[in-house]
Design a binder for this molecule. Sequence first.
Ligand code: BV8
Length: 242
Amino acid sequence: MTSSYQHHATLVNYMYQSKHTVILTGAGMSTESGIPDFRSRSGWWKDIDPLTVATEEALHKNYDLFHEFYSARLKGLGDIKPHKGHFIIAKWEQDGLVQSVATQNVDGLHHEAGSQNVDQLHGSIHSFRCHDCGMKGVKQQFLEKESCSNCGGHFRPNVVLFGEALPDDAWDSALFHIQKADLVIVIGTSLQVYPVSQLPRMTSGKTAFINKEIGSEQSFFDVTIEGSAGEALSVIEQLLNS
Ligand code: BV8
């Protein structure tokens, strides 16, 4: 094994020793499927201030802009499929090496790859409700800007906007698993968004960080792997099988 895989090997050892492993993912987990992340140079928010689109205030005061942003996101998901990294995580769950996945991603790719125990901390872009009365809606009603038949309100995707609380069930479940974890593997997130940014600090287990760019976080984690999620997870999978 070359020395460049030493960190991967360390993580493999942690995985063997851990009885309860949690994976925490962010937008970098999905870029290899073709979905832009948020804060990178080519991310969604390179030209748009998130506080002008991804907030309740935008939904009320500038529904057209809110609608344009989330319609573009939805249309961009058209042919998107999970990549090898998503499938490896799902296989690890089946093999008993991973107990749960907590994700900030709203794209549903972990489920699509076969992961069962997934906490979607920022909701899902694939389900819809009326923002005013909560009545369930469907994608077509949102895309066509239909008004709610119950109250006349606007439809929106079930994502968590800035200033909104995270869904209790997803948060409680993620926290339960993180507090029980012997190992938390954080993948493809800038850890800039509260409260998910705090989760890696809420475990007494080992912590690992896989990301394209590793900055000052390095000192916090027990092991860091700088590189793409798909590549790093493939190398780890090979080491687990060797
Ligand atoms: C809350 C909507 C309690 C869903 C998103 C000041 C003003 C206003 C609010 C605040 C404030 N200060 C603090 C806050 C709280 C706020 C917050 O944290 N703001 C920050 C930004 C300052 N948080 C909230 O409001 C949260 N709620 O606190 O509730 C409350 C309630 C009421 C009143 C008071 C308090 C709600 C947060 C939800 C935000 N919703 N978007 C959507 O449209 O998808 S945020 C958005 O960021 C996405 O949801 C995304 O999931 C999330 C996190 O981003 P990341 O996943 O980390 O993505 P990012 O692009 O940043 O990083 C990707 C990384 O991957 C990069 O490092 C890149 O290098 C790497 N990468 C890329 N490709 C790869 C890779 N790595 C490996 N492999 C690759 N291939």
